[in-house]
Design a protein around this ligand. Structure first.
Ligand code: ME8
Length: 521
């Protein structure tokens, strides 16, 4: 097994069904997980649901059910979403699990033992929607002059007895962390925002509530439950068996990457490292705040009536095309927009017409003109040039960009290699060589066979099911589907030696149709 790589998504609030933002984050994390596995890393991938807090308690009351009933029902939709979108998580954590309470209480005890917790009174603004406390100075005025959080959500004046965490003590150590590890917060724009915030000084943080009981109990203090973000963030170590620091925790902690959205960067880069420093636990290596996905440029909301169920999109266009679109269309880290037309246009141009067509016509010609037989051959200079282009895209550019989470740039490099292959087919015209120079036709088709196998391995993390279908058709064994096998010159000869013929190919990337009602939108 390779070097460990631990990646997590945010854990979602299951106060409603999953939306496109949840799908986007889960898919991006899955592409990273699959890519790192293909690079030979020993990947641990965790996702889950964040089930405590006032937001969940209020929603359950509104529906006339218990918070537990609400979280049991709704978390099942998040599990279903991950499964249907082919998200290859190892652990799906729910914060209502007993082991998570034990883990969070242990973190609390350690922070208390370090003198970082004290009892006082909280007076200030709280947004239930954000589950966040805000300073008066951070609030903005709504249309009717009412006070709103900087995220535009309603705030309530709250007065309660509360435990506090000495966050103020950690401003200096945090700034030092950001300065010494510029990669800790990415992209850079988010890092700058967080640095400005911490440079402004930090106030101690209210970390318990007494006005409701849906949460993790504060050890030794009846009537207090922990602030939901204390327990939520702790999920990342609970899933590794904390407080047992052997086993998975020893192997996978600190996390390589917490992948989250831009709205919750502060919780992950200020509160979380401060809690960990207080409890004397190693810090994660990187927090990446991705952008928001907008529906035709607009935020989805129930009042606008534009909320899209990601599983409906997957049903309409297919899981792999949806995954491809999301990773290709938006520069990761920035906000992006989606629409049915954009999905259809992008996937038809690139997956169906360019890549799918390359695979289909090459394999059909090998099937028809060579009886599906793969033969030993000696490529000439022209063929080597094409393979060098493909190798460079698949071995160098795409892995370099994917390692830096620049998915769109990585796929663009891959696409350029697909174009080069299609140009090669047109130039060489193997259908004409069939009569004039059959040996040359074989060299061309077998060169393309090698190129297609490399292109398919490289794009597998993005479109896993369709890529597996192509690799099955090519007869590539599972152990030869990793990036390390791309340079292995022996794989082709081993494949030829099996003597297995190619069957009539089945298209892996059919063209998508735009549903009629969308065409005019
Ligand atoms: O914030 N586009 O949960 P959540 C892209 N429970 N990403 C989006 C998005 C959009 N339109 N809307 C939301 C929470 N997200 C907490 C996290 S972690 C210890 C606790 C992202 O269900 C959002 O940024 O509101 C977050 O990363 C994730 O979806 C879950 O959001």
């Amino acid at each position: 097994m390779g070097e460990p790589f631990y990646i997590t998504t945010a854990i979602s609030y299951p106060n409603g069904k999953p939306h496109i933002g949840h799908a986007y984050e889960a898919i991006a994390a899955d592409v990273i997980a699959r890519f790192q596995r293909a690079m030979g890393r020993d990947v641990r991938f965790q996702t889950g649901t964040d089930e405590h807090g006032l937001k969940m308690a209020q929603k359950a009351r509104e529906l006339g059910i218990t918070p537990r009933e609400l979280s049991d029902e709704m978390s099942s939709y998040f599990i279903k979403m991950c499964d249907e979108l082919n998200v290859s998580y190892d652990v799906f954590i729910r914060t209502t699990e007993e082991r998570h309470h034990a883990s969070t209480q242990e973190l609390w005890r350690r922070m208390e033992a370090n003198g970082d917790l004290y009892l006082d009174r909280y007076e200030g603004w709280y947004s239930v929607r954000d589950e966040a406390f805000y300073d008066e100075s951070e609030l903005v005025a709504g249309e009717g002059g009412e006070k709103l959080s900087p995220q535009g959500t309603p705030v309530d004046w709250t007065v309660e007895e509360s435990w506090f965490f000495r966050l103020s003590k950690y401003a200096e150590p945090l700034l030092k962390l950001y300065e010494e590890n510029p990669g800790f917060i990415q992209p850079d724009s988010r890092r700058n925002e967080v640095m400005r915030f911490v440079e402004g000084g930090l106030r101690d943080l209210s970390v318990s509530r007494t006005s409701f009981d849906w949460g993790v109990k504060v050890p030794g203090c009846d009537g207090h439950v922990m602030y939901v973000w204390v327990d939520a963030l702790t999920n990342y170590i609970t899933g590794l068996g904390f407080p047992d620091e052997n086993g998975d925790f020893a192997k996978y902690w600190p996390a390589n990457l917490h992948l989250i959205g831009k709205d919750i960067v502060r919780f992950h880069t200020v509160y979380w490292p401060a809690f960990l420093m207080s409890a004397d636990i190693a810090l994660p290596r990187q927090v990446f705040g991705h952008g928001f996905l907008l529906n035709r440029g607009q935020k989805e909301s129930k009042s606008l009536g534009n909320v899209t169920d990601p599983l409906d999109l997957a049903d309409r266009f297919g899981v792999d095309p949806l995954r491809y679109f999301l990773m290709r269309e938006v520069a990761f880290g920035q906000d992006g927009s989606y629409s049915a037309e954009a999905i259809v246009t992008r996937c038809n141009a690139e997956l169906a017409n360019s890549y799918g067509n390359l695979v289909q016509r090459t394999l059909s010609m090998i099937f028809k003109n060579m009886g599906g037989n793969l033969e030993t051959f000696h490529s000439n200079v022209g063929d080597d040039e094409l393979l060098a282009t493909v190798f460079n895209a698949c071995r160098e550019e795409l892995p370099r960009e994917f390692s830096a989470l620049n998915f769109s740039a990585g796929i663009e490099a891959w696409m350029r290699a697909v174009f080069a292959c299609n140009a090669y087919v047109d130039e060489q015209a193997p259908w004409a060589l069939r009569k004039t120079d059959p040996e040359r036709m074989k060299a061309v088709l077998l060169t393309l066979f090698i190129a297609i196998r490399d292109l398919t391995v490289a794009i597998s993390p993005v479109v896993p099911a369709a890529a597996a279908k192509v690799l099955d058709q090519l007869g590539i064994p599972r152990e030869a589907r990793g990036f390390d096998a791309l340079t292995d010159a022996d794989w082709y000869m081993a494949r030829v030696a099996t003597g297995e013929r190619l069957a009539q190919p089945m298209p892996a990337f059919p063209r998508l149709e735009l549903p009629e009602e969308e065409g005019s939108a």
